[in-house]
Design a protein around this ligand. Sequence first.
Ligand SMILES: Nc1ncnc2c1ncn2[C@@H]1O[C@H](COP(=O)(O)OP(=O)(O)O)[C@@H](O)[C@H]1O
Ligand SMILES: O=P(O)(O)OC[C@H]1O[C@](O)(COP(=O)(O)O)[C@@H](O)[C@@H]1O
Length: 307
Amino acid sequence: MIYTVTLNPSIDYFVTVNQLVEGSINLAAEQNIVAGGKGINVSKVLKNLGVESIATGFIGGFTGDFIERSLHALNIATRFVRVEDNTRINVKLNTGKETEINGISPGLKKSDLCQLEENLLSQLNPSDYVVLAGSLPASLPDGFYGQLISRLRAKGAHVILDTKGTPLQKALRHQPFLIKPNHHELGELVGAAIETPEEAVIYGRKLIHEGAENVIVSMAGQGAVFISKTIAAYANVPAGTVKNSVGAGDSVVAGFLAHYTRSRNLLEAFKFGVTAGSTSAFSTGFCTITEIEKYLPEVHVQAIKGE
Ligand SMILES: Nc1ncnc2c1ncn2[C@@H]1O[C@H](COP(=O)(O)OP(=O)(O)O)[C@@H](O)[C@H]1O
Ligand SMILES: O=P(O)(O)OC[C@H]1O[C@](O)(COP(=O)(O)O)[C@@H](O)[C@@H]1O
């Protein structure tokens, strides 16, 4: 089974304003309200790709109710811990440029954390995959993902971690199976501007040395690199027009996982994941298998040097 863990879910409020005037009343031209947060997005994309998962994490209040209802409407199983405060609302403003305002996370009690661990660990089988994705709620310590990974790995699970900053840095030594920073997040971690795939390989290798088993560095329209102890590979992205990049990174993770759990082929899974990311970026919603298959022939994986 695949579990997705979204510790800090959101309602994503997408709003298009044609000509934004600051300090004035603006009318929305279009809007869409969806259940969001990185792990939840991974569950949704997996569903599109015919792969079952169980979505877990913390939800609270009327916004939390909306998230659970939305996932059940898509036939996605959930095992969330209920917390007192409302789940946050993230505003995704499209004015021609994409601007994001992410809301304030709910407070958590010690008993909420115990419940989450109990929910996850008591059900886990050694062959399971657990996706830990997104930011930590403000009340959790930076080392939280690291601690959780060591408990999950002790049960034999494979852990995929998609987060950034100190929580990612502190988790590396606990040896996640896969991490997927984008090139800005990798740059922030290593204190360097990463502009080329070769630089992404050089700096991505540092994260392998620090403990990650496999690293995908996504570079938006510049492609992506895959690094392990023995592999360094580059994938280009297909040509297309970006309609909405929110959830594109989550689609890379879901695409990789959907393929890898079937094929156990790291590079084929990487290719499928990158194609899934672009396919989602080119659509207003998330990628489907038919759309991914259309773009797959345009994506090529090749060895890359990063010395
Ligand atoms: N301009 C683009 N053209 C094609 N694909 C894109 C573009 N922007 C994003 N993508 C796809 O989305 C994936 C994730 O985007 P990226 O911005 O690197 O990560 P994140 O969404 O995590 O910040 C990329 O690997 C790529 O597959
Ligand atoms: O674009 P990505 O990295 O795939 O993630 C998109 C998701 O991440 C969010 O921006 C939240 O991000 P954080 O969890 O890092 O705060 C959601 O609003 C959105 O659903």
